[in-house]
Design a protein around this ligand. Structure first.
Ligand SMILES: Cc1ncc(COP(=O)(O)O)c(C=O)c1O
Length: 382
């Protein structure tokens, strides 16, 4: 039974337009569409197909399982994956023609062992920690990692196709960390080349690097958030200013309305009391759907022509929106929009992030899997 009184409508025309925009910005660099976390909540398989059709030439995911899901769905583009621990199913990964990141010699050893087993060299992107202290080998361990990779490359079990890193402060264009990371990255590449490696794909920039730091674009860029029409640095430039279109509209039917007098307390804990007589609309999305509870009395909702907000606390499955005396034209069955594109007058994931004290990444990736995704404007819905 697939009935649900709410849905996330994913607009593939917007994803295409965003990929095209990013390709134009990236210039000669190739675009890797980052589709981890179910394409930031938008649907990994359909979004990957659309991104590739629009000119992305690579896909990137965090988890091996996400990469294998794409292969099982028949998506065959170059595909990088980077989160795994010892004992991961590397043979399966190589058989699926995945590229894997490696930050330490143990990872190279396990990949080489899988290569011996499968008879296929492991395609590896060596990860350098250029200043984020997350994944990657620190500069002091880099030469050892590179030498290890060169030995395995010589025996034919490892093929170093890439060197990569990640920016810590790419969303702060005036901040000098990015230049320092770029310089460290260039050193790392030079060390790899001195060891005889010839990585052809050098990559550093996610959405913010792509958009704000032209010198970090290198051979390939790895945008995630911007593909979905959201700004990685809303204080610098919002999505509209960046020429991006929100790819998701989260909407629900109003399932109940009631007219209440002024002074009516609303919801758990009575954290809101109606300031005037008016209409309340009940919207069937709650924190069980990923609507942040922190956005109680704040999260923006458009109901018809009314721009309201969640009034009272967010419940597990529903929220109440006080439309006030002006809301008399709203009835059961009308659409409430929680997320959409600012150009349509809809609240955005960034508005919700501001309301909840978080970032738009968290708003879209946390939307529950129980909300049905409806895909529109797909060129190839297969
Ligand atoms: C290594 C790496 N590259 C690229 C991305 C995409 O980042 P963004 O969504 O900011 O474009 C991420 C996402 O967190 C990431 O972890």
């Amino acid at each position: 039974m697939s009935y649900y009184p709410a849905r996330a409508v994913v607009d593939h025309a917007a994803i295409r337009a965003n990929v095209e925009r990013l390709r134009a910005v990236a210039g000669a660099a190739e675009v890797m569409a980052v589709v981890k976390a179910d394409a930031y909540g938008h649907g990994i398989v359909p979004v990957s197909r659309t991104a590739l059709a629009a000119g992305a030439t690579w896909l990137g995911v965090a988890q091996l399982g996400e990469a294998l899901e794409l292969r099982a769905a028949g998506v065959h583009a170059p595909l990088l994956t980077w989160i795994y621990g010892p004992g991961a199913p590397f043979a399966e990964a190589l058989a699926a023609d995945l590229d894997l990141s490696a930050s330490a010699p143990w990872a190279l050893d396990e990949l080489a062992a899988a290569a011996r087993l499968t008879g296929r060299a492991a395609r590896v992107h060596l990860k350098s920690d250029t200043g984020m202290a997350r994944g990657g080998a620190r500069p002091a361990q880099w030469a050892e990692l590179v030498d290890h990779a060169a030995r395995l490359a010589a025996e034919g079990t490892v093929d170093v196709v890439g060197v990569w890193s990640h920016l810590a402060r790419g969303d702060e264009p005036a901040e000098p960390t990015t230049s320092a990371q770029l310089a460290a990255f260039r050193d790392a590449v030079a060390t790899a080349e001195r060891a005889g490696l010839r990585p052809t794909v050098r990559h550093l920039a996610a959405s913010s690097g792509t958009l704000f730091h032209p010198d970090t674009r290198l051979d390939l860029v790895r945008p995630g958030l911007a593909l979905y029409g959201l700004s990685p640095a809303p204080d610098v430039a919002d999505a509209v200013a960046l020429g991006l279109r929100a790819a998701m509209r989260l909407e629900a039917e109003v399932i109940h309305v009631k007219d209440v007098p002024a002074g009516t307390p609303v919801g758990y804990g009575h954290t809101y009391t109606t300031p005037s007589a008016g209409r309340l609309a009940l919207v069937p999305l709650g924190y069980g759907d990923g609507i942040p509870r922190h956005a109680g009395n704040a999260g923006p909702v458009r109901v018809g022509r009314h721009r309201g907000r969640v009034t009272g606390r967010v419940s597990m499955d529903q929220v109440v929106v006080d439309l006030g005396p002006d809301g008399a034209d709203v009835s059961v069955g009308d659409l409430a929009v929680l997320l959409g594109d600012a150009r349509d007058g809809d609240p955005t994931a960034q508005d919700w992030a501001d309301a909840a004290g978080t970032i738009s990444y968290e708003i879209v990736t946390r939307l529950g899997s129980r909300i049905p995704r409806t895909h529109v404007s797909q060129e190839d819905p297969s």
